[in-house]
Design a protein around this ligand. Structure first.
Ligand code: LLP
Length: 416
């Protein structure tokens, strides 16, 4: 159930009116619901209660330390792709032995830091990374826990920029080379094989691709067993989609049931790495109408949020619902392109939206909790916006709006 609902004609996050948040903290700002985040993670966790498992939240979706802390308190694991993300998790109270480290380009210093911290597993994406990790672990006189990310070559039917499991994508070890890579891993003295993993893409709204990927992974597991290579865990990555525009993604529990059925008593820990599905619909971007600019050809609503705050529409043609904070209005309805102040034609949050608008109206851009703030930039020298977490009736400012000074932090003039 959504935690964003109208109460007395005003859009609320849990028990707090978004108008009140705008009033206190200004716009634009991201607003997250603690309950929505918790409920989503718990839905995965509960569906897995009869299976050894770990639900590793993919930090890249939303890495605010308050979000990580809320999840850490539930016992979440974390999927990271950089040492920056690892530090966030640790400072937010996440346990190192519940961290898996993905990503195609891990540097030596990142490997060292993660080994020092004692993470659960490296999701190794190439043979050369495996060799480097073995060397780094040897220098440190320890063993690196590894899983190899195999590329199952299945079509996730998603936007090409977020499909990762096709053989033309840069991610993972080609399926045909996986056995040889595991043979190498078992021969290397400073890596210990813990698991096998894959991640086929993001915003996937049917179960077949997940099932196909798992079947291929299980094929490998069987083949490797003959070579006496066995696994403590299988990590299926993330990717379960959410509803942006009326998509009907499978329920989290159905997704889990399908996986468990396909696993069919294979005795391993199941790891998953959901990001979007945990935080996507737990956040909105709150913005205010600065100007209406209407002509015979087109109506523009120019708002104070822009592509630098939420890049999904510009980058992936992502569709986000846009609703008034005040439910009703006497303004005339018109079809608007909702655009920001950035000097780019691609700077839009939504196109052709039927809205009743006036200057000063507050709007909420929905499904902005995942890949919203984390992909924000300072383009056009726009300070990054405030983040708020609502918890019942209380408002927590979990990130202050950047100041103009912070915008230039670390920059300097030449001496002459
Ligand atoms: N695990 C790995 C190895 C990943 O690469 C990703 C996402 C995830 C887990 C989490 O996937 P999720 O459950 O969130 O779908 N910025 C894009 C999405 C990029 C996803 C990248 N990898 C967007 O806004 O649609």
């Amino acid at each position: 159930m959504s935690q964003f609902n109208y109460q007395d004609g005003l859009l609320h996050a849990e028990g707090v009116s978004l108008a009140e948040i705008a009033n206190q903290y200004g716009t634009p700002c991201y607003v997250y619901s603690r309950k929505a985040i918790e409920n989503s993670w718990l839905e995965f966790d509960r569906a897995l209660r009869n299976q050894k498992h770990l639900v590793c939240y993919a930090v890249k979706a939303n890495s605010n330390i308050a979000v990580l802390n809320v999840l850490a308190k539930l016992g979440a694991g974390f999927d990271i792709v950089s040492i920056g993300e690892m530090e966030r998790v640790l400072r937010a109270g996440g346990r190192p032995d519940k961290i898996v480290f993905s990503g195609v380009g891990k540097r030596k210093d990142e490997m060292k830091a993660a080994l020092r911290a004692g993470i659960k597993c490296f999701n190794v994406e190439s043979v050369n990374e495996l060799i480097r990790l073995n060397e780094v672990a040897e220098e440190m006189h320890i063993h690196a826990p590894v899983s190899l990310r195999v590329n199952p070559d299945v079509d996730a039917n998603t936007h090409p920029y977020i499909a990762t499991g096709l053989k033309d994508n840069k991610f993972g070890i080609a399926f045909e080379h996986a056995v040889a890579a595991y043979e190498l891993a078992s021969a290397l003295a400073h890596v210990t094989i813990k698991g096998i993993d894959c991640h086929i893409g993001s915003q996937i709204t049917t179960l077949e691709p997940f099932n196909d990927a798992l079947l291929k992974v299980l094929e490998l597991v069987e083949e490797l067993k003959q070579l006496e290579i066995t696994f403590e865990h299988i990590d299926l990555g993330g990717g379960l989609g959410i509803n942006y525009e009326g998509e009907q993604p499978p329920a989290r529990s159905d997704y889990i049931q399908t996986i468990i059925k396909t696993l069919n008593d294979v005795n391993v820990e199941l790891v998953i790495e959901p990001g979007r599905s945990i935080v996507g619909n737990a956040g909105v971007l709150l913005t205010q109408v600065e100007y209406l600019n209407k002509s015979e050809h087109h109506n523009f609503a120019i708002v104070d949020a822009a592509m630098n705050d939420l890049i999904r529409p510009a980058l992936y043609d992502g569709w986000h619902d846009i609703k008034r904070v005040e439910e009703t209005s006497n303004a005339e309805e018109a079809n608007y392109d909702v655009v920001g102040p950035v000097c780019e034609t691609g700077d839009f949050l939504g196109k052709d939206r039927a809205l009743r608008l006036d200057h000063g109206d507050l709007l909420a851009v929905f499904s902005a909790g995942a890949y919203g703030f984390t992909m924000a930039s300072n383009y056009n020298s726009r300070p990054r916006v405030t983040e708020i977490m609502v918890d019942g009736e209380s408002i927590h400012e979990i990130r202050k709006r950047e100041t103009i000074d912070e915008l230039m932090n670390g920059e300097s003039l030449l001496p002459k």
